[in-house]
Write a protein that binds this ligand. Structure first.
Ligand code: NDP
Length: 420
């Protein structure tokens, strides 16, 4: 590799630099455990911290670790099977393009069929409910171990393979953000594999386990549980079906693979995104058909905005002359790429985040209005997307300069029309 492909030292550190990263290293797992412990108590009160202490006894269970290893192994096997097509990612600094298998949806179908066979043979999926905290502890240990392996591997990577944002020279910061951009074992891409498969499919499996637990306890699943399962299953299946779209996301293009993404993908997503279903097992809610219909409509509105805007941009980026997007108004940029200023992307600068947040609210509402806990996801997600939007703006400003200013002038609101 020539020196021209070298990644310069990261100057601008995010999340408060090394100190912020050190705090997040503890805060992220602590938040997962706190949420699960709180959800498991009778009151599910976010202020009842002393009430959580008795449950701390039962944090470790080696069987959950073995089961998670088997789960990752199974998903890794499905990843390498020659199902589906192979596609190329974006052009890298050294002008090369990596190849990626597009078979996450097939992996999901095989997993779903295997689970159905397992259930027919008497598999007790509610075991996941009964040991959820222990699974989360084991997932955290695995995420941490993977992060160390990734960091040590990155120390031997070529300079051109490092992540632009994770090359600060501070080991704690680089460990957290991710030092290497696309760590691979042969052709097996570790970041791409972890982004969607074990965690996202695991999230749907945990939700199903909660539903099975409800059936065990009360004879049939509640309407609230069915809604939460159906909404989130749609979201997971949508992400897997549109797997190719993640190749142009910030996570794949810009962020290295370190603790932030490893823990996020393998622990945070499956164990905190399934909180509503876990909550409903301990705290059942009766929903009237009218309320359920209203929540379904809200989720549908969110999904239409989310899918419509993401597909519009992906189609435009792949082929601006596609008849579906060719009639949209655009502005040119100095890079040769154009920016959409009509259609979904003319309403706000991140319509996909708006749709995602509307859906997040619809996932919490089936849990009623008595507790804060089921609203954790929509609250955290609002903070995450506002922060992510700011990061993306910053990068777009650098990429597109004056053209981005013009876009901001034409489309003044970031996520929420007339509000923000
Ligand atoms: P986006 O899909 O929002 O992509 C941002 C990029 O789109 C920009 O960097 C720019 O890249 C391009 N772009 C921005 N404005 C325009 C425009 N007007 N015209 C054309 N291109 C434009 O990135 P994310 O990865 O943040 O989000 C993808 C989806 O994933 C979202 O729906 C988000 O809500 C969801 N998400 C979900 C998470 C979860 O935990 N559930 C976590 C994070 C994201 P360029 O010009 O280089 O193409």
């Amino acid at each position: 590799m020539s020196d021209s492909y070298k990644i310069p030292r990261t100057q601008e550190r995010e999340f408060g630099g090394a100190l912020g990263a050190s705090i997040l290293l503890f805060l992220m797992p602590a938040t997962v455990f706190y949420l699960l412990l709180t959800c498991g108590t009778e009151q599910a009160s976010v202020l009842n911290i002393p009430g959580l202490l008795p449950a701390l006894d039962a944090l470790w269970n080696p069987i959950t670790l073995l089961l998670l290893l088997a789960w990752f192994g199974f998903q890794a096997l499905l990843y390498v099977l020659p199902l589906g097509k192979v596609t190329e990612g974006i052009t890298l600094r050294d002008k090369s393009r990596l190849q990626y298998p597009i078979n996450a949806f097939q992996a999901f179908v095989v997993t779903a069929l295997s689970v159905c066979v397992g259930l027919a043979c008497g598999l007790r999926l509610s075991y996941i409910h009964d040991h959820l905290l222990q699974f989360a502890v084991s997932a955290s240990i695995l995420s941490l171990a993977l992060s160390f392996l990734l960091y040590f591997k990155s120390l031997r990577a070529a300079e051109s393979e490092l992540a632009p944002g994770g090359n600060s020279g501070n080991p704690v910061y680089d460990f957290f953000i991710g030092h290497e951009l696309n760590p691979r074992l042969g052709s097996f891409d570790l970041k791409y594999f972890c982004e969607l498969r074990p965690g996202l499919i695991g999230w749907a499996l945990i939700n199903l386990a909660m539903l099975m637990k409800e059936v065990e306890l009360r004879g049939s699943p509640s309407l609230a549980m069915l809604l939460v399962n159906a909404f989130q299953l749609l979201y997971v299946m949508d992400a897997l079906w549109n797997e190719e779209a993640i190749l142009t996301t910030m996570d794949i293009v810009h962020d290295g693979f370190g603790f932030m993404l490893a823990f996020g993908d393998l622990t945070w997503v499956p164990f905190t995104y399934s909180l509503q279903a876990y909550f409903l097992v301990q705290h059942p809610r009766m929903l009237s058909v009218a309320v359920a219909a209203g929540i379904i409509c809200l989720n549908a509105v969110g999904y239409i905005i989310f899918r419509g805007s993401n597909s519009q941009k992906n189609t435009f980026r792949r082929n601006p002359n596609d008849p579906k997007v060719a009639g949209l108004e655009t502005i040119p940029t100095a890079t040769g790429k154009r920016l959409l200023v009509s259609g979904w992307w003319g309403i706000v600068r991140h319509p996909n985040y708006l749709g995602d947040l509307i859906m997040a609210l619809a996932w919490s509402l089936p849990c009623g209005l008595t507790h804060l806990l089921p609203y954790f996801y929509v609250t955290y997600f609002t903070v995450l997307l506002i922060h992510r939007e700011a990061r993306d703006e910053h990068q777009c400003m650098r990429k597109y300069g004056l053209a981005w200013h013009e876009y901001c002038r034409r489309v003044p609101y970031r996520i929420f029309p007339y509000i923000y």
